[in-house]
Design a binder for this molecule. Structure first.
Ligand code: ASP
Length: 362
């Protein structure tokens, strides 16, 4: 098992199945787990606003008998004084046994993980990944559908900046018989990195459409997402796209009776409140499941810490750079620019996975 959870692909499908089994056991026998993390501490380092993810991690640790410390915005941490992510992580590692980090820059939790020995969980890094949301999604799908295989999964909305759909696509692509329907306006289409390194690499079948109505009857799972206002460079572009898809009871009329509607929340107006009464609406159950699967994950990472392996590091390629302005390497210039070779030999930034470009560092 890896020491950290940075990308959902740090876990094998077998490890995911074990976490799902543990979460289901926790749901059935919560008292048996109430003291399992006594005297252990989780530090929740949230440089970006969050309600459910931070509280979910904290509730998970408290329900395991452990304790929590941390901060919920960058302005209340030393980041506001200019401290690097690596230094903050080194300091916090002196106080805590495990860290959950959310950061607006892509790759920031990986920087922390590379600099300390305690486990680091990526609780959302920019528009990149959100692996624990995916664990919550998988547990929900398993509980609602009874399986993770042979499902047609519609991912709808902001597929460009929505980190939850990037991690969910990576996870579901490994299960036999998955078919994706990618539903978005073309401006918010799935990034090249996910299409190439996840969907094409796994050879998973997928189709692309702008029409939710057209996709609806085929779907076993409909995963709605919020248009990620905070990641847009232009307010006008955000306003033009924000209401691209609104799920209503009328639109659900052509859906299968066994459809499960998921949403990582917060919802702005992608799902009409009237849909909440439909038995196919699973997004509040998903929140509950999130706490149980985080309990399972915290337990596993703490248990495995002594023998766990670190993620391999990328290599230094002089004359190559990452051009992603949302990457942690753009914010912290002293970080080594490391790269790995992805599918078809394409060089990608080790921190954020973006395709590298030739030319000295800007
Ligand atoms: N809560 C999810 C996230 O942190 C989804 C969202 O913010 O729209 O990515």
């Amino acid at each position: 098992m890896k020491k950290d959870l940075i990308d959902i692909l740090d876990l094998t499908t077998q490890q995911i199945d074990e976490l799902i089994d543990t979460a289901q056991d926790i749901i059935a026998h919560p008292d048996a787990y109430a003291e399992r993390c006594r005297r252990k501490k989780i530090a929740t380092l949230f440089y970006e606003p969050s309600t459910r993810t931070r509280l979910s991690f904290e509730a998970a640790m408290l329900d395991l008998g452990g304790e929590v410390l941390g901060f919920s915005e960058a302005s209340s941490s030393s980041a506001s004084k200019g401290e690097s992510v690596a230094d903050t992580a080194r300091v916090v590692a002196c106080f805590a046994d495990i860290i959950a980090m959310r950061h607006p820059k892509e790759g920031a939790p990986l920087v922390a993980a590379r600099n300390i020995d305690i486990p680091v969980i990526n609780a959302g890094d920019g528009g990149h990944f959100h692996p624990t949301q995916t664990l919550a999604d998988l547990l929900t799908i398993k509980r609602e559908k009874g399986r993770l295989t042979g499902l047609t999964v519609g991912l709808c909305g902001d597929l460009k900046y929505g980190r939850t759909v990037h991690s969910l696509a990576a996870a579901m692509a490994r299960y036999e018989g998955t078919h994706f329907v990618l539903i978005s306006p073309k401006e918010l289409a799935m990034p090249e990195q996910i299409v190439s390194e996840v969907l094409q690499k796994e050879g998973v079948s997928f189709e692309v459409t702008a029409s939710l109505e057209e996709a609806m009857p085929k779907l076993d799972i409909l995963y709605m997402t919020r248009v990620q206002k905070e990641r847009f460079d232009s307010e006008e572009e955000y306003r033009r796209l924000k209401d691209s898809y609104i799920l209503t009871p009328e639109k659900l009329q052509t859906a299968q009776s066994g459809l499960a509607v998921l949403h990582p929340l917060p919802r702005v107006n992608e799902i009409a409140v009237a849909v909440d009464a439909d038995p196919r609406a699973c997004y509040f159950k998903q929140v509950q499941n999130g706490k149980f699967i985080r309990m399972a994950l915290i337990l596993k990472l703490l248990q495995n810490a002594p023998s766990a392996t670190k993620r391999p590091e990328g290599d230094l390629y002089p004359g190559v750079r990452c051009e992603n302005p949302r990457c942690i390497c753009a914010a912290e210039q002293e970080l080594p620019a490391r790269f790995y070779r992805g599918r078809e030999g394409i060089l990608r930034c080790d921190w954020c996975g973006t395709r590298a470009v030739r030319g000295g560092r800007a």
